[in-house]
Write a protein that binds this ligand. Structure first.
Ligand SMILES: Cc1cc2nc3c(=O)[nH]c(=O)nc-3n(C[C@H](O)[C@H](O)[C@H](O)COP(=O)(O)OP(=O)(O)OC[C@H]3O[C@@H](n4cnc5c(N)ncnc54)[C@H](O)[C@@H]3O)c2cc1C
Length: 1010
């Protein structure tokens, strides 16, 4: 060994992942989602440059980025300007900074997306590095990646580690210089707000300002225009304690920085702290070798493209500025492509180092996504997952429900951790820019929040209020951290698996609260879930939005697309295509996709529309809800298929059992992930109530951690309720409440009597109608109600009355009124008024009158119902409304039969019905050979929305095609046309259509449950 290298090695330490404890993860099989020459981990400007340069030099490349966007070293740090002495040299930096010295995050994000798209480089945002994979000779040969679609493997000849904290390199066995615990100097930038003067804190107010286009809404409450505005930019240098070189220490430092630098009026802030690390890698070559400084000594096929590169710190200080580092990125990209050329495909992939015996907990990371079903698989050996901490209560997701859950748990003394993927707390209500309440009970915790912030709030102030409340109570907050698995002790959830900027780790907990709004942890732990596909095989999902975000905005309620939160490709496509195709001026885009509906657990109990409309009480109520049914989708419950209703508001209770996933202990699921029927969730999702729900769960979790070893089902519920009553979260009467079901026979008779007044047209006003609770009572007691309904049908005074009872009976599975329904469907000329899936939640997204007759007739499952139904099918064409398609497909699906295939095929072949699939370009490019064969620009289709620019609703067109193809396939198919369309849809960019097509083809998929 050369003396200099030997000395350097002496000063170095190995693999700085500090953990005294591990959890053993059993051997597993992962899909090899990408097989490439070069994988770039990290979407910084330099990372993107490296990926483009590698692709231009003949390499097949994949880039992954944990954040929802590219360019975090500019946008995430708020360093959106260049200094006088900085000269853009690469085409990308010249494009960005050639004309202007200051850019907006929107310009950065769209330019970086475009660069990769044009270079033909597939990239995945929302995707973390899991583990480094090494080949049998010990050389890096790929990585595992973690995202909303689970865990996948990427095989790669060369890895460029462009992550902020060298997440890959830390696992490679590379030597790093040593880290000395103590106070370190960090930098961060805030936009707007007051100047902070504090001892030890240095401030530089920059010459530049950040200019935002006009705010939204464009006028204030006094009707004054809210035009564009310039905001000052303050850069702070502050000393912060770092007891270890770990993610946990960094998270604590970030929390302290936020506390020190927040002032009212602040409109944006850096997502993370920057610091030139004192422990870079020990490089392969001396500083004189430009490329060698970016390669760790003794590790082949790995480049370090971040602040941990092995340049002397003074040189690094000058290099690390984004524009200069972009040039370095290009050079490293070229080097990576060259290196890949000389390496054969890595084989026998496994992990660095042998696994040791760890805690006796099972690591669960399912469920795998259908998207990777055709990928080859890789069998990986067992491995160690480092334990990053241990808490009484861990809350995954610091959003609308999660932040209050953490506050509640911490306030009563539980050691609490809140894990949040984004850098803001508050979820939809802050990062999602829904900065005001819609109905809801403003009681308990929500009353406290409203007192501090108002009913219409500044989103940054709300996020900060949550942070301050959590900190005050001693909770830890880990931003930029993604919950991606569960630790199981039998059927008891005892912690979570997380992906962090330092790599993957485990956190132990007595109780876990899954506040992801998507039941991420519950699904990983194997809980039964429900989403999008109804028990009757229909596809039904609320329309979502994705807002732009100008500086100072606090409200932007959007509703135009279907997005599947479980699907990394779907999310990626929405984020990229909407940004690219935006026509309005934007300073930035939001970071959170505003999905109104997500994956839900099937809990010990599932709240229904029937419960809501009958105002059912329960012995274990833990929160109250109050809203209208604010549905951004056509309904799917039997109750609402009889009567559509939009306006009136209802109060309801939610039992604790709705938060407990069937078959699992130690886990509570809150927010949009709770066990609530999908139509009912349109009422139980408003922020005032979701906040209180989270708070109740936090309290329950803390109690379970203290008293029942984390077992929620062993809790004294009355004791919990008393605490909630004392804090104003629950009404006193819940302490005496019992289950108000079943309803007595006299009440049921009265309900049937009331139903004579039920009408078929949708209810569109706020006014209440006594027929709703009556219908709900009947639907909730089918066995007892059917004889009464039959009698009412027989005694009905007129035809409308007969139709009413025939419809209700049919929906309850009784065909007594079949003749009446056949007559009614035949008598109805054409289809009458229909509706599409649109952004108009107030009045649209419902079924028309004929739609509901057709559905009811289908439910009779009678042979003589088929001819009139086929007549209706025949009357459809490409322009017919989605509600008609949904109605007839549902009715015929209930009567599926080979004989139906030819007429359904006829509809599929009508002009304009077929041909709306938008295949994901990635499938052809997931392997090196595929990518090399097609080095053209990536195809990123325009997002099918309810309001496409040509004035058409392309979302509905796709929806109609997939529904008809599904029905055709389910009827036995016709010349394979149904299968062909469905197979094409399994590759669609839109996750809901893709997963529906897959579920129909394989007869699988999540449904509403039993
Ligand atoms: C477009 C839209 C408009 C709405 N309008 C209104 C309105 O005007 N008024 C009203 O009161 N309500 C409104 N709502 C309803 C309400 O805002 C939501 O129902 C509620 O905020 C959902 O809360 P949640 O806690 O379930 O999810 P969220 O608030 O989304 O919180 C989930 C949090 O978890 C994080 N997360 C997700 N997965 C992970 C993971 N695996 N690991 C770590 N972190 C994770 C997310 O980043 C997020 O911060 C609207 C909802 C939408 C979508």
């Amino acid at each position: 060994m050369k003396p200099l290298l030997a000395l350097t090695m002496l000063l170095a330490c190995n693999a700085p992942i500090l953990s005294a404890e591990y959890v053993y993860e059993a051997p597993c099989e992962l899909p090899v989602a990408f097989d490439v020459d070069v994988v770039v981990a990290g979407g910084s400007l330099a990372g993107v440059e490296a990926a483009c340069a590698a692709a231009e030099n003949g390499a097949a490349v994949l880039l992954i980025e944990a954040r929802p966007y590219l360019g975090h070293d500019l946008c995430g740090t708020q360093r959106l300007w260049i200094e006088e002495d900085e000269t853009p040299e690469t085409p990308l930096t010249k494009h960005l900074f050639g004309a202007a010295k200051v850019v907006t995050p929107f310009e950065v994000k769209t330019a970086l997306d475009r660069a990769l798209i044009n270079a033909g480089v597939p990239f995945l945002t929302g995707t973390f590095v899991g583990e480094l994979l090494v080949s049998k000779d010990g050389c890096p040969g790929g990585i595992t990646i973690v995202n909303r679609s689970g865990c996948q493997a990427v095989r790669a000849k060369v890895i460029v580690d462009a992550t902020t904290h060298a997440a890959v390199t830390r696992q490679s066995g590379a030597a790093f210089k040593s880290f000395t615990p103590g106070v370190k100097e960090f930098r961060t930038i805030v936009v707007g707000g007051e100047r902070v003067e504090s001892s030890g804190v240095k401030r530089r107010t920059l010459a530049v300002t950040y200019r935002s286009p006009a705010l939204w809404p464009p006028k204030d409450k006094d009707k004054r225009k809210r035009g564009s505005r310039d905001y000052p930019v303050h850069e702070y240098t502050l000393p912060l304690k770092m007891p270890s070189d770990s993610f946990r220490a960094l998270a604590a430092a970030m929390n302290r920085a936020r506390a020190m630098l927040y002032t009212p009026g602040l409109v944006d802030q850096a997502e993370y702290l920057t610091c030139l690390p004192e422990n870079p890698i020990v490089p392969a070559a001396s500083a004189g070798d430009a490329r060698g400084a970016f390669q760790p000594a003794g590790v082949k096929g790995l480049y370090v493209l971040n602040a941990y590169a092995g340049l002397p710190r003074s040189a690094m200080h000058a290099q690390i500025r984004p524009v200069g580092f972009a040039r370095v990125g290009r050079d490293i990209g070229i080097a990576a492509a060259e290196a890949a050329c000389g390496r054969s495909a890595p084989e026998d992939l496994g992990f660095q180092g042998a696994a040791k015996a760890g805690r006796n907990l099972a690591v669960a990371t399912g469920p795998p996504s259908f998207r990777f079903r055709q990928c080859p698989t890789l069998t990986l050996p067992g491995r160690d997952v480092p334990v990053l901490g241990q808490f009484d209560v861990v809350v995954v997701g610091g959003g609308t429900s999660g932040a209050p859950a953490g506050i509640a748990a911490a306030r009563v003394g539980a050691t609490t951790l809140v894990i949040e993927y984004l850098d803001e707390l508050g979820g939809v209500g802050t990062a999602g820019l829904i900065g005001s309440y819609w109905y809801g009970n403003r009681i308990g915790f929500t009353a406290e929040a409203q007192k501090a912030l108002g009913a219409r709030w500044n989103v940054i102030a709300k996020s900060e209020w949550y942070r301050a409340q959590l900190s005050k109570s001693g909770a830890e907050i880990w931003h930029g951290c993604f919950g991606c698995g569960a630790l199981l002790d039998g059927t008891k959830v005892s912690g979570v698996v997380v992906a962090t900027p330092f790599g993957r780790g485990a956190v132990l907990a007595d109780v876990v609260i899954d506040a992801t709004g998507n039941a991420d942890v519950a699904a990983a732990a194997g809980a039964p879930t429900a989403f999008s596909i109804t028990p009757m095989g229909d596809l039904s999902v609320q329309v979502a939005g994705y807002p732009r975000r100008n500086l100072g905005d606090s409200g932007m309620n959007t509703c135009y697309a279907l997005v599947d939160d479980r699907d990394v490709f779907d999310r990626w496509h929405l984020l990229v295509s909407v940004k690219r195709d935006l026509t309005k001026p934007a300073y930035d885009m939001g970071q959170l996709i505003d999905t109104r509906e997500r994956r839900r657990i099937v809990g010990d109990y599932r709240l229904t529309t029937i419960d809501i409309l009958t105002r059912r009480t329960f012995p274990d109520t833990v929160c109250h809800f109050y809203s209208n049914f604010d549905a951004a989708a056509l309904p799917s419950s039997a109750m609402f298929l009889i009567k559509d209703m939009k306006g009136p508001c209802f109060h309801c209770d939610l039992p604790l059992r709705c938060l407990m996933p069937q078959g699992l202990e130690g886990l509570l699921v809150v927010g949009l992930g709770a066990s609530v029927e999908r139509d009912a969730m349109t009422l139980t999702r408003m922020q005032p109530d979701v906040q209180n729900q989270g708070y109740a769960a936090g309290l329950a979790a803390a109690m379970a951690a203290e008293r029942t070893a984390g077992r929620i089902r062993d809790l004294d519920v009355r004791h919990l309720q008393k605490q909630l009553v004392n804090q104003g979260c629950l009404e006193q009467r819940v302490l005496a409440d019992v289950d108000s079901f079943p309803i007595g026979s006299a009440d049921l008779k009265e309900a049937v009597n009331t139903l004579h007044a039920l009408t078929i047209e949708p209810h569109q006003q706020k006014r209440h109608d006594e027929t709703f609770p009556a219908l709900a009572a009947v639907m909730g007691h089918p066995k007892e109600a059917i004889p009464l309904l039959k009698e009412a049908y027989r005694n009905a005074g007129d035809e409308d009355d007969k139709v009413t009872f025939a419809r209700i009976l049919a929906m309850l599975g009784d065909a007594t009124g079949k003749e009446t329904l056949i007559y009614a469907v035949e008598a109805a000329r054409g289809w009458g008024k229909g509706y599409g899936l649109t952004s108009h939640r107030k009045e649209l997204n419902i079924f028309g009158e004929v739609d509901r007759l057709v559905i009811a007739l289908g439910f009779t499952r009678a042979a003589d119902a088929i001819p009139p139904l086929l007549e209706k099918l025949d009357a459809l064409d490409a322009e017919s409304d989605l509600s008609h398609y949904k109605a007839i497909c549902l009715a015929l699906r209930l009567n599926r039969d080979k004989s139906l295939a030819p007429p359904v095929a006829r509809l599929l072949h009508k002009k304009g019905v077929r041909g709306h699939v938008q295949p994901l370009d990635y499938y052809a490019r997931s392997t090196g050979s595929g990518q090399a064969a097609s080095r053209s620009a990536l195809r990123v289709p325009t997002r099918a929305r309810t309001d496409n620019r040509d004035g058409k609703n392309w979302l509905n067109r796709k929806f109609k095609e997939v529904l008809v193809a599904a029905l055709l396939f389910e009827c036995g198919d016709h010349d394979g046309h149904g299968r062909k369309v469905l197979e094409a849809y399994t590759t669609d960019v839109n996750g809901h259509f893709a997963s529906y097509a897959h579920a129909v083809l394989t007869r699988s998929g999540s449904t509403e449950g039993p």
